[in-house]
Design a binder for this molecule. Sequence first.
Ligand SMILES: [Zn+2]
Length: 207
Amino acid sequence: MFPTDEEAKKTITAICHRMYEKNYVVSNDGNVSLKVGETALWTTPTNVCKGDISEEMLVKVDLEGNILSGRLKPSSELKMHLRVYRDNRKAGAAVHAHPPIATAFACAGLELAEPILAEAILKMGKVPLAPYASLGTAKVAEAVAPFLADHNALLLANHGVLTWSEDAWQSYYLLESVEQYAKILLYTHLLGKRVPLSEEEIKFLRK
Ligand SMILES: [Zn+2]
């Protein structure tokens, strides 16, 4: 079941404020989208700080990116969100941000793949790394496409993080989980030691 227009605008605004408070985005970075029907979604406009965003700034578009409602221009990263909905029919919402530790992994060319954290395996499994693509171009959508059907979170090389799921808050919480996974991985690198879970335990968690 899809949210109403009013519910969608309220939810996107709340998620944007949370992302900014958590330092997952700075300046005008990041974008959020949420489907309100089979062929319509609300999304964030370009050039607005997510900490200052309000419901009347949001834009309603169709799955081709045509504006249905709103006075501002959607983000140039909307193409990536539209590709999520095209290639994963279950996806109802997508969140893109630049949380610093996960983004550091993306800038180091490292995926989040070591099976050391039970919660991360349960929620995401491996978080792969999509190759870099010039920002704002259709190439970004091409770069993420191979991962959309079988994952729910992705690092974007030299750029940031993309998460998606059936639900908007769930997509946002995946972003928190990706950043937490990256943080724990980094800490274990500082400790110089990591203990991976067994294949059997991983299978149990992924069931
Ligand atoms: Zn970005």
